[in-house]
Design a protein around this ligand. Structure first.
Ligand code: FAD
Length: 446
């Protein structure tokens, strides 16, 4: 039996590895149009911070590691046609010597075509060359080269991509400007107050402009002019760090798509053709009950890659559970993490909430470092269930966010969290667990 996977990034490679693990006899073919697999899109930040010697090393796996698992990996291979009736994929393989067109049949097909970053369409080539996005290795190399020539850089969007890039660039003697159309940064992940605390950490060479949509970008001499409602200013380089769009063009005439352009899938990740599964950034995922949203994250790529492989091998038995959009980062010395709903978001999902927050300064029996950890939990008022958590910390306590994510997934109530078993060790932990303290606080509010 053969499964072809189109797209060799986080989702596709996870599906391929899982298939080979649970069905070693299966012929697993991965077609990937670039020359890398599972490239980490934020490698540029690691490189700028000196944590990666070479951008080309910014991949989770190497092609050699994947081939050693007996996965048939074809690089520089762009799928150009899917024929669901004949169960074939046609692809163009670019080798230095020639471009070859090949057709391969499948028993199952997994689409892991991912997404591309959005930019405004520009008529002038000159502007297009100075207004960039990046995700794969080639795009990241191009952006890195342009960054080194630029003194004044404008980033559009204050989501994780924009904020992390600004942080990585801020150690250089450059002027960085972040333009955000909303009135707060990282608005999908943090309430306004923690977002303000994150922005207060920005050094002087980073300027955050909220409530500032970009109306136009023009080219003047060697500079670009960015036009916003209140002002226009000159800059050397614009980097778009806004929403991703699914790469569903290839299958738009063969498979059903959702209104947002993602490929429509059922709970088992099957598309409108039962032999074809779709995963990762190509699909929308359930976030609250049955509601589906576009959440382009590596965590979702890994979950959906795993589930599609299991469902192909064992016959649709695992359904996709709602995601919490769990994220974690570290910017300007502050660990920031979020999962589930924020208090600000909840009303848009018709949820009434009780929220509790606390700043902790003591982190163990013998330790009084003075370093702070701030934690917020959001509960749904009627059910008393945990629905969200946000963390800002001056020290690394990042696994708390994964724990909160799992408590949300397991529909834990305030009482469950209060009565949970937390280990006790005077050398390693606080006298009372962070979550226990907050649950106790919350209990008094219901
Ligand atoms: C700058 C940046 C930073 C990010 N940082 C983070 C982060 O820190 N944490 C996080 O969780 N998420 C992050 N993300 C989001 C994350 O990168 C995506 O959610 C993730 O890459 C999705 O994986 P995927 O495999 O579904 O799709 P993609 O990574 O988009 O991969 C799709 C693959 O398919 C290939 N492909 C496309 N069309 C064809 C074709 N016709 N034939 C053959 N191959 C094809 C592409 O070359 C690509 O390799 C970031 C995104 C960006 C842009």
């Amino acid at each position: 039996m053969r499964t072809i996977i189109v797209g060799g990034s986080h989702a596709g490679i996870t599906a391929a590895k899982t298939l080979k693990k649970i069905a070693p006899e299966m012929d697993v073919v991965v077609l990937e149009k670039t020359s890398t697999v599972s490239f980490v899109a934020s490698s540029i930040n690691l490189y700028l911070k000196g944590e990666l010697a070479d951008l080309a090393a910014g991949s989770v796996d190497t092609p050699e590691e994947i081939r050693a698992l007996e996965i048939h990996l074809v690089l520089n291979a762009t799928a150009t046609k899917i024929d669901p009736a004949k169960q074939t994929v046609t692809y163009k393989e670019h080798t230095p010597a020639k471009v070859e067109l090949q057709t391969l049949s499948y028993d199952y097909l997994i689409l892991a075509l991912g997404s591309s970053q959005f930019t405004l369409p520009f008529h002038s080539k000159k502007i297009a060359e100075q207004v960039l996005t990046y995700k794969n290795l080639a795009e990241s190399q191009q952006v890195l080269q342009k960054i080194s020539d630029a003194q004044d850089i404008t980033i559009i969007g204050s989501g994780y991509i924009g904020v992390e890039l600004a942080e990585a660039l801020s150690t250089q003697a450059k002027k960085i400007r972040i333009l955000e159309r909303m009135d707060t940064l990282l608005f999908r992940y943090y309430d306004k107050e923690p977002a303000r605390q994150i922005s207060q950490r920005m050094p002087k060479n980073v300027q955050l402009k909220l409530d500032t949509p970009v109306l136009d970008i023009n080219s003047t001499a060697k500079k670009l002019t960015v036009v916003t409602p209140l002002e226009s200013f000159k800059t050397d380089l614009v980097i778009y760090a806004v929403n991703a769009r699914p790469n569903s063009q290839l299958v738009k005439d063969q498979l059903d798509l959702d209104a947002d352009g993602t490929v429509k899938v059922n709970d088992y990740l099957q598309t409108s053709d039962e032999k074809i599964y779709a995963i990762g950034d190509l699909i929308s995922v359930p976030v609250a009950g049955d509601e589906r949203r576009y959440v382009p994250l590596v965590s979702g790529a890994i979950i959906t890659g795993t589930l599609a492989a299991e469902n192909i091998v064992f016959g649709n038995r695992r359904i996709f559970k709602p995601m919490q959009r769990t994220t974690m980062s570290v910017v300007w010395g502050l660990y920031i993490g979020s999962t589930g709903f924020t208090e600000d978001q909840a009303p848009y999902y018709n949820l009434t909430t009780i929220a509790v927050e606390k700043e902790f300064t003591d982190h163990g029996f013998n330790e009084r470092t003075g370093k702070k950890l701030w934690l917020k939990l959001v509960f749904e008022k009627n059910s008393q269930r945990l629905i969200g958590g946000q963390l800002l910390s001056e020290f690394e306590e990042t696994s708390l966010i994964n724990l909160i994510s799992m408590l949300i997934e397991q529909k834990s109530t305030v009482q469950d969290i209060l009565e949970a078993e937390y280990y006790f060790s005077p050398l390693l932990a606080r006298k009372s667990h962070y979550l226990r303290d907050l649950a106790l606080l919350a209990l008094t509010k219901f």
